[in-house]
Write a protein that binds this ligand. Structure first.
Ligand code: ZN
Length: 169
């Protein structure tokens, strides 16, 4: 396994899989990363990304663009800060998202938690701009998304001309 640092981001590479942890901020440079990943399908796990600003987002988009030219990209366990940023930008059409984190809150007792959502199994729900219903671990009431659905789910909204999640080629 290779690993390297760019600013306050740590990237671990294992085969075609990259695991990101830390901050996507002014100190990060992802331009060289594409060259370090083998050609073909790439999987990126960003569960450990805790902060994203506009410079970090620009680097992230640059990386996604470079990788997309070479093959399919799959994102796994996309962190809350990253999925909400990605939802504000249309650059991510065609990037496959397997799972992401979202904040849930219990309207009954106020319990809050970050939940990993399986975007493949839940695709029909997400297309409708809904999140899967989860019981509160404290009081069993139905928990709700802790923010506007658009902030997490715009990216999953069913698009004209694409009836399916899976690319056919
Ligand atoms: Zn509760």
């Amino acid at each position: 396994m290779k690993s390297f640092r760019s600013g306050r981001l740590e990237v671990k590479l294992r085969g075609s899989r990259a695991v990101f942890a830390g901050r996507l901020d002014d100190a990060v440079q992802l331009g060289d990363l594409a060259a370090q990943l083998p050609a073909g399908e790439v999987v990126i796990d960003t569960a450990g990304v805790t902060f994203v600003n506009s410079v970090g987002m620009r680097e992230w988009i640059r990386l996604i663009r470079a990788l997309r030219e070479r093959g399919p990209i799959t994102l796994e366990a996309v962190s809350e800060v990253l999925i909400t940023q990605m939802n504000q930008i249309s650059q991510f059409r065609g990037v496959k998202i397997l799972s992401f984190y979202a904040s849930y809150v219990c309207p009954s007792c106020g319990f809050e938690s970050s939940q990993l959502i399986d975007a493949v199994a839940q695709a029909p729900t997400l297309h409708q701009m809904q999140v899967p219903k989860l019981p509160c671990p404290e009081c069993r009431a139905a928990m709700e998304l802790g923010d506007y659905p658009e902030r997490y789910l715009s990216i999953f909204r069913e698009r004209p001309g694409s009836g399916s999640d899976e690319p056919h080629d």
